[in-house]
Design a protein around this ligand. Sequence first.
Ligand SMILES: NC(=O)c1ccc[n+]([C@@H]2O[C@H](COP(=O)([O-])OP(=O)(O)OC[C@H]3O[C@@H](n4cnc5c(N)ncnc54)[C@H](O)[C@@H]3O)[C@@H](O)[C@H]2O)c1
Length: 471
Amino acid sequence: MEGKKHVTFGGRLVFVGFGSVGQGSLPLLLRHIDIPVERISIVTGDERGRAEAAHYGIKFEVRPLTPGNYRAILDPLIGKGDFLLNLSVDVSSVALIELCCEKGAMYLDTCIEPWLGGYTDQSVTPSHRSNYGLREAVRAIREKHPSGPTVIPTHGANPGLISHWVKQALVNIARDLDGEVKTPETRDAWAQLAMKLGVRTIHCAERDTQVADPRKRRFEFVNTWSVDGFIGEGSQPCELGWGSHEKHFPADGRNHEFGCRAAIYLTRPGASVKVRSWTPSEGQYHGLLITHAEAISISDYFTVREDGRVAYRPTCHYAYHPCDDTVLSVHELAGKGWIGQEQRRVLMDEIYDGSDELGALLMGHARGAYWFGSRISVHEARKLAPFNNATSIQVAAGVLGGVVWAMENPRAGILDPDDIDFERVLEIANPYLGHVVGEYSDWSPLIGRNHPFPEDVDTSDPWQFKNFRVA
Ligand SMILES: NC(=O)c1ccc[n+]([C@@H]2O[C@H](COP(=O)([O-])OP(=O)(O)OC[C@H]3O[C@@H](n4cnc5c(N)ncnc54)[C@H](O)[C@@H]3O)[C@@H](O)[C@H]2O)c1
């Protein structure tokens, strides 16, 4: 696929981490950003990706970053007007963002990561090591650097594109209900539109059906993106944006004592919490309610306040059905008391079929449920760009959209994906997203709740009830 150059970049571009997302993103960035390869370098934690970097003639160094060495390693590599693209696991986003703000370099990542072990560090409260806590730590840097270089944490597919699909879905629903609609231009106008439409719940609804040969072996964790990343976030406390319409507070739910207060957490790992959701090809399914940044930022962004009181806020959370062999891997992980398997494999070339269907499912409005997002098969992904599967290309498309937008708007400060121009980002990302579709459904998570259930389940607590219900 030939690429239009969206932007010419005069600075240096440094990748930190070069796993499935880094390797998948590089071909797209080279195709659409005018930058000589000599000005790109990679600093990473292991040998994965060395051949892919060599393929493009890009400098590749294995130098794992730690709290003690990251400044010394990155100091010579970034300065004013450069770009740090953090696609690693186990490297603190907060530390790298602070460094970039001090030096005047732009920054983007696809997940707010803590240093190694930070997700499960028992010396830190679950609230402070949650995604909510990590986002608040980034927001605190914003106070210190109000008009600094553009920094966009959490801009892959989800988090990332999902925020833009929510906006596109709102515009589409409004248009289908009322005819022509003016696209909102402020955060307040977006929140008012969501409230007017009556959107109560937003799922980040994903079904991955990719299959690989060899399949998952005993004592092995396989996934279509980072295994380390997934075990880390799946073991974190479950988190969700908490809507103003919610009547039942979960038995093990907790509020945060600081910050925007748009979200709550449950005192159990997200990968142990099942929720029912829906995507167009799959129909209804059981998803895992794994903590993700978008669950917090979307609920926060669409909050309407009247006289200082929250008048409207949607509930928002992830509902992830990973590929079948990852479901088995999670089952084994939970059975072993959340001690990660030593054998780990990111599935890439061995995938022989399947798709990733990922989108925003908006419920509660007059048309019932509306899903808007991307469906792409592994075969389509491979035709579009090398070193990708169906999952990584969706993430790479989000990275490309976010990096180009940042380069076009280099002094916008620290932002959530929800704060940036959704139409521009989608215009850049769409060619890599396969079938971008919107579909209505009369499905609701309430359908089928009258199934038989064990007598000791408290049916007044829908969270407990959902977890016990067998599909
Ligand atoms: N937003 C999204 O849509 C989305 C989707 C998938 C993954 N992600 C996130 O993207 C990130 C990368 O995912 P991936 O699938 O490429 O992971 P991966 O496991 O395939 O690769 C991780 C990379 O980080 C490097 N690394 C590990 N420790 C390091 C250290 N101390 N210093 C420097 N580099 C180090 C590894 O060497 C490797 O290159 C993760 O944070 C993941 O959660 C986001």
